[in-house]
Design a protein around this ligand. Structure first.
Ligand code: UT7
Length: 325
């Protein structure tokens, strides 16, 4: 099972820490010291996540030389989908020419891309589809509360895509570790707009359609589950931490990345960070970071690559890849 190609797309508008609205009473110093974020891309108001996903998907299709008509399944991971229904994947599939492919969305917080990759690999292995297009697409700026400095400074918009196919490709998928602890479901959520708390004038007034997070608790959770999940997947694959050539963690906070890498014993030069430039792009953060690694010539044939994500749910997930195999 292989990851045949990658594609990414980010909106052109970069918003640096110093460009954030003055009413937030934040500072470049606070944001960069506490999170490592210096800038993020923000889509124009009214841009749907599918628009970013379509660009990333087209790039992945072209890079792999895949005829869109040969895609049997499109899976989109997003916490800021176009709509509650239909699936964002449906619009992406139609736009890229994979019109008859199955299409559905995955909602697993920022771990969504790893979950979607796992679903894609299993679908190919089970013969459900020959080739699967996996997309992580976010216009997360549309669900941020721009009055809440504790969350809105952390995130950015972007998309990443991958083709999963049985043949040899850019990376051989060696295995997955997926998990979730629903007792932490309230720690990172969009409270209203679903059947639990339907939209009303009151929910709008109370700003309950925006992302809310208990940052400290999510931080604690992330610094615990990221190393645990990484160790589990390595043990299952019979590989050791010392063999990991590149660690690509979900990009939420540089401090989380540093603590996790330190706990695992992975040296700094084997850890990928794209936070400074893009912030937390949720389901797009791992594919964007992988593409970043490729651009920087940090991925070579035979490299063992460890991807680990975490997020709302509270979810976590790891994937082990052998590059160029
Ligand atoms: O993809 C999954 C998403 N998850 C995450 O990104 C969450 C992980 N959590 C974190 O990354 C960190 O907990 C945060 C970056 C969210 C917060 O960092 P922290 O070091 O845990 O800060 P804190 O919440 O303990 O807040 C410290 C202070 C508070 O002020 P007081 O109460 O000490 O006076 C906050 O009000 O920092 C204040 N603060 C800010 N100050 C300036 C919070 N946000 C800001 C801000 N600018 N943007």
């Amino acid at each position: 099972m292989a990851l045949a190609a990658l594609g990414t797309w980010v909106p052109p508008r970069a918003v640096g820490n110093k460009d954030l609205p003055a009413h937030l009473e934040t500072s470049d110093e606070w944001i960069s010291q506490r999170t490592g974020i210096r800038s993020r891309r923000i889509a124009d108001s009214g841009t749907p996540a599918s628009e970013l996903g379509i660009e990333a998907a087209r790039e992945a299709l072209t890079a792999s030389g895949t005829d869109p008509g040969d895609i049997g399944l499109v899976i989109c991971a997003s916490v800021s989908p176009d709509q509650l229904m239909p699936a964002t994947a449906a619009r992406i599939a139609a736009a890229v020419g994979a019109g008859n492919a199955g299409a559905y969305d995955v909602l697993a917080g920022c771990t969504g891309f790893i979950y979607a990759l796992g679903a894609a690999a299993s679908s190919v292995a089970a013969g459900l589809a020959e080739r699967v297009l996996v997309v992580g697409a976010e216009v997360i700026s549309s669900i941020l509360d721009w009055e809440d400095r504790s969350t809105c400074v952390l995130f950015g918009d972007g998309a990443g895509a991958a083709i999963v196919a049985p043949a040899e490709g850019r990376g051989r998928l060696l295995g997955f570790d997926l998990g979730n602890d629903g007792t932490g479901a309230d720690l990172l959520e969009v409270p209203a707009g679903g059947s639990r708390l339907p939209a009303s004038a009151q929910t709008v007034q109370q700003r309950l359609h925006f992302l809310r997070m208990n940052g400290r608790e999510v931080y604690r959770f992330a610094t615990r589950v990221v190393p645990e999940s990484a160790e589990r997947i390595l043990a299952e694959a019979g590989r050791s931490v010392a063999e990991v050539d590149l660690f690509v963690p979900h990009q939420a906070n540089q401090r989380i990345i540093d603590v996790a890498a330190k706990k695992l014993g992975i040296p700094e030069d084997r850890v990928l960070s794209s936070l400074a430039e893009y912030g937390n792009t949720s389901c797009a953060s791992i594919p964007i970071s992988l593409a970043h690694a490729l651009e920087q010539d940090r991925l070579h044939d035979g490299d063992l690559v460890l991807l680990t994500g975490f997020g709302a749910g509270l979810s976590w997930g790891s994937c082990l890849l052998e590059w160029g195999a």
